[in-house]
Design a protein around this ligand. Structure first.
Ligand code: TXA
Ligand code: MG
Length: 316
């Protein structure tokens, strides 16, 4: 465990600090300090209509942010927290508009990471978007945060994150629970706990997204991203290939996952950054959408965004 003292002081002084979670690194600020939260939007160049997730270190802290906690939330919290599931609940009136971007709901999660939990237990609840500049892939290593915000930026180094994709965002404020952003906790796992079906709304109603984040094309490297075509041979040195199949000869520009989607998810953003640093023209990804794996939905969502399915929307 790194020494957290100076980072705790920074948060208490109204500054921002990047810290590791199990999904990606977050850019943390005191959830009750509007000036500190404003710094997040400025540093990231984040659109002000995109709300933030509150990160707690204990389940009781949810009650400071919401008093209308449905039974479904209790069930999911018991099953999945700490873990990569953000729950959207009705907010208490005292929750800052800077957190919710003026919505009457608030997203909350308890990260499954020893450093994050220790840190938040000392600072109190933190809002934390992914610690990247808007429009860059989310950071899965401390070096990624420094690449975006400079070498002297305060980052608690917790090594590479274990999931690699952002949390599942589940809205519990409507008639039926709705997944607003797929993550490593899949629709099926959620339905198994709740005992009824949930809706998965991402990529629908892009004009009026329920989660403001849906309309922004995050996760987009400079390199073009596209799917491997049928019968395409991975032999172009200007392309970085991310393949399921391990039968091609080993080469620095061919990454073979041997059908391990956990590994692909863990590395995806790092590979996007690598492609830009090393000047690859394209990242070519073998289609995994037919695989039966809980990460398919989340990975597909991130790859599609990187390909530019929402290219008519601002790239932030
Ligand atoms: O895994 C994660 O969730 C990471 C780590 C750091 O915890 N955080 C993260 O935060 O990905 P961010 O800000 O990059 O993404 C938050 C997403 C956005 O799509 C946002 O629109 C949505 O959550 N969101 C936040 N509050 C919401 C609310 N009240 N209603 C609907 N969507 C909300
Ligand atoms: Mg983000």
């Amino acid at each position: 465990m790194p020494d957290l003292t100076k980072y705790i002081d920074l948060i208490k002084n109204g500054d921002v600090v990047a810290f590791p979670t199990e999904t990606v690194y977050g850019l943390g600020a005191d959830a009750w300090n509007p000036a500190a939260i404003q710094k997040i939007f400025t540093i990231k160049n984040r659109p002000s209509d995109n709300p933030l997730i509150v990160h707690v270190s204990s389940k009781d802290q949810v009650r400071d942010f919401s008093e209308k906690i449905p039974d479904s939330a209790d069930l999911l919290i018991t099953e999945f927290w700490p873990g990569p599931l953000s729950l959207v609940l009705q907010k208490k009136s005292k929750v800052l508009d800077a957190v919710t971007a003026g919505l009457d709901t608030v997203a909350i999660r308890m990260p499954d990471h020893e450093i994050a939990l220790e840190f938040i237990s000392k600072t109190g609840p933190l809002v934390a978007p992914s610690a990247n500049r808007s429009g860059r892939p989310s950071p899965t290593r401390a070096e990624h945060v420094k690449a975006d915000f400079g070498d002297h930026f305060p980052v608690i180094d917790g090594k590479a994150t274990k999931v690699g994709l952002e949390s599942t965002v589940l809205d519990l404020t409507g008639d039926q629970p709705e997944i607003l952003r797929p993550g490593s906790i899949s629709r099926k796992e959620i339905e198994d706990v709740l005992g009824f079906s949930v809706h998965e709304s991402f990529f629908e109603h892009m004009d009026r997204p329920k989660s403001p984040g849906q309309k922004y094309s995050h996760y987009k490297p400079e390199a073009e991203v596209r799917w491997l075509k049928a019968k395409e041979v991975p032999d172009n040195q200007e392309y970085l290939y991310l393949l399921l199949d391990s039968s091609y000869p080993v080469s620095p520009n061919i990454i073979a996952y041997d059908n391990d989607l956990d590994q692909m998810a863990r590395e995806l953003y790092d590979r996007f950054r690598q492609a830009d640093i090393e000047g690859y023209h394209s990242v070519i990804i073998e289609d995994f959408s037919e695989m039966n794996h809980p990460l398919v939905s989340a990975l597909l969502n991130r790859v599609r965004k990187a390909i530019g399915y929402s290219s008519n929307t601002p790239n932030v």
